[in-house]
Design a protein around this ligand. Structure first.
Ligand code: ADP
Ligand code: MG
Length: 654
């Protein structure tokens, strides 16, 4: 789009009319809650208005986003609107990627990053305004940040602080704003969006295979309806990749004279160039269809959408009390989400929403999604809270307070990782960081991983552990497509080992370095060189942190046992023993699990193993698994396994 068009469409946004009044309200109130329909211009425009209004002074305006994709795409867009290089006046900061400079005035960052910043700067002294965006999503980080930002504002309002007061703007796309208004004791201000009518069609029968129904619906719309692009809400990357591939295949056989289809995807792990391309207009003679996760629900807006296909499903992280950890699983959306999804069809003109669920099914949906803080493991969040200086977790000013049982189960995990100590025995949430915990919070990683890095000195395998963790921090390092699956599994054999997936990752990395990152080699071996390079950058950042806190590089020199012990020092709570054909039991928990089909141990059935995470497909599966012996478990985490005896297993003789 050329510059004039961009400025013209900015001026046409519903929020533009409210600019002066909004600036006045913000000027007179230390905190406001701003409610406005998705796409009315909140995220892209408010920071620019504040900048024009002189609110940045010699500080920065920070806008939090629940997702990194949103932070990156929106910052890219706003940099264009402000006519500046990304990283100049407008920048972003997401995990492992900081694109800001001393000139940055508008900074988009994930809520997780702002939480990290608050560890070293509780008053958030770099910022004049903090905007908590997409507050209705109620992410764990955002909920905790609300408390931290509120405290920072209090600290700065005292005369001794030597800082200017902190403005807080909470932005929400849904009308469920009361909780925030109450919590911040702030007035709410409303911006009306454009409203066009949306026709909602529910399916008549229950759809057993919603992916298949989505595909059929897309082609029905394409062949029967007038112009306008299609947005399909899906649950995650794998589903989106496969639906997009099938759509492209089927589109080859469209009848002559029918418009062509141009297929796009939108999910977190997609490279940003491809994400940005989603926003471009389809070429003449094409209809655009976009398969997206719930990221397109409220945080990013794609123009031209007239048809929405809503599968009614979403993938969420959820605490599984049986295994004591979060599990990713696919479940029904809430009514509020269904409404947001439908709303995407009516942003620019009248639209239609095809719901792949019946009216009766819709009635059964929950009104609102449950806030993450009430359904996810809190260990990482609590560790960061203690690092910020919140020593009594139970007394923290939560918007929605998790139960004491929930809090103490998460604290228990941190104690097992030797990250925190209880200060007072009689109070559950009264904590301080241990020396180990103090080092752990320096890493932007889940505590189980930072723990491994810290113990890697003792096991003398820091180089290998850093590599493994970096490789786990990117989406798959392999390319797979359904057509070439057999060829891929043949090629992958040369990296596989009976030690398991972590050592396999290490083998791929070594080979990749040996061939000097040769692109032809990558292609031959289905290795995703872009993700490999990303992992290298992450590795570099992690080793810089190591250097700062005095962890010296050292290599195990081919001794995998030391690496396995080090992995276990973080993952001992994720240990499972063989139960019977294909089934394992998590030690100490009453939970049966299986090997994920992607694991190189799928067919070898080790008697005992540790896993990185559990994912819920049709069954609960362990992903990224390493085989270990019972002796090794006892040696590395004796106190844990003393209380939770390792059940003896029987060899399957059937
Ligand atoms: P809100 O935060 O209220 O949902 P936004 O500020 O994100 O609204 O979006 C306002 C408008 O800016 C949208 O209607 C959209 O057309 C446009 N826009 C946002 N991001 C992009 C982008 N990356 N490319 C093109 N247009 C965009
Ligand atoms: Mg927004």
């Amino acid at each position: 789009m050329i510059m004039e068009d961009i400025q013209k469409s900015r001026a046409e946004l519903p929020i533009c009319k409210a600019k002066m009044e909004l600036l006045k309200v913000i000027y007179h109130n230390k905190t406001i809650v701003l409610v406005g329909e998705t796409a009315c211009g909140k995220t892209t425009q408010i920071p620019q208005y504040l900048l024009d209004g002189g609110f940045a002074k010699n500080k920065c305006i920070g806008i939090t986003q629940p997702r990194r994709v949103a932070a990156v795409t929106i910052a890219t867009r706003v940099a264009k609107e402000v006519r500046t290089e990304l990283g100049g006046k407008v920048g972003y900061s997401v995990r492992f990627e900081d694109v800001t400079s001393s000139a940055t005035k508008i900074k988009y960052l994930t809520d997780g990053m702002l939480l990290r910043e608050s560890i070293s700067d509780a008053k958030l002294s770099k910022y004049s305004v903090i905007i908590l965006d997409e507050a209705h999503e109620r992410t764990l980080c955002n909920d905790i940040l609300s408390g931290i930002v509120k405290t920072a504002q209090k600290l700065r309002s005292s005369n001794q602080s030597g800082l200017l007061p902190l403005k807080i703007i909470v932005m929400s796309a849904t009308l469920d704003y009361h909780r925030f208004a109450e919590y911040f004791e702030a007035p709410a201000y409303f911006v009306k969006g454009r409203e066009f009518s949306i026709k909602i069609l529910n399916s008549v029968n229950t759809q057993e295979d919603y992916q298949h129904s989505a595909l059929i619906t897309v082609f029905q719309i394409h062949q029967n309806e007038d112009d306008g692009d299609i947005l399909v809400f899906c649950t995650g990357q794998e589903e989106i990749d496969s639906l997009a591939a099938e759509t492209e295949n089927l589109a080859l056989h469209l009848p002559a004279g029918c418009k062509k289809l141009s297929v796009w995807k939108l999910y977190a792990a997609l490279p940003s160039a491809l994400q940005n391309a989603c926003f471009d207009k389809a070429p003449a003679g094409y209809r655009k269809v976009i398969y997206s996760t719930n990221i397109a629900e409220t945080s990013v807006t794609i123009s031209g959408i007239k048809f929405v296909v809503d599968t009614g499903m979403v993938k969420v992280k959820s605490y599984n009390p049986q295994c004591g950890f979060d599990v990713l699983k696919v479940q029904r959306i809430s009514k509020a989400q269904a409404e947001q999804r439908a709303g995407r069809a009516g942003r620019e003109s009248d639209g239609m929403c095809y719901r792949l669920y019946t009216l009766d099914e819709h009635k059964m949906f929950q009104d609102q999604s449950v806030p993450e803080i009430l359904r996810c493991c809190l260990s990482n969040a609590i560790l960061q809270m203690v690092a910020v200086g919140i020593h009594n977790i139970c007394e923290f000013d939560f918007i929605d307070k998790p139960s004491e049982d929930h809090i103490s189960a998460s604290i228990e995990q941190l104690k097992l990782l030797e990250a925190v100590n209880r200060i007072k025995w009689e109070t559950i949430g009264s904590l301080e960081l241990t020396e180990c915990g103090n080092k752990m919070v320096k890493f932007p990683l889940d505590p189980v991983f930072s723990k491994m890095i810290i113990t890697s000195s003792a096991y003398r395998c820091t180089d290998e552990i850093l590599t493994i963790i970096s490789l786990l921090s990117v989406e798959s390092i392999f390319y797979t497509s359904s057509e070439k699956r057999e060829q891929f599994s043949e090629v992958r054999k040369k990296f596989e080992t009976s030690d398991g997936d972590h050592i396999m990752l290490l083998n791929v990395y070594k080979a990749f370095r040996n061939v000097k990152e040769n692109p032809a080699w990558c292609k031959e071996n289905f290795v995703n060189s872009r993700n490999m390079k990303k992992a290298l950058r992450i590795r570099k950042q992690l080793s810089e942190i190591c250097e700062k806190i005095g962890i010296k590089p050292c290599s195990s020199g081919g001794d995998t046992l030391r690496i396995k012990k080090c992995l276990t020092s973080g993952l001992f709570m994720n240990a499972a023993v063989f139960h019977k054909k294909g089934i394992f039991k998590v030690i100490g928990k009453n939970q049966k699990v299986r090997m994920h089909p992607s694991s190189c141990l799928l067919n070898s059935q080790p008697s005992c193993c540790i896993y990185t995470e559990l994912v819920q497909t049709s069954k609960l599966c362990m992903r990224n698994v390493t085989s270990v012996s019972e002796d090794l478990l006892m040696e590395v985490a004796p106190s844990y396994f003393k209380e939770k005896p390792i059940p003896s297993f029987m060899m399957d003789t059937t």
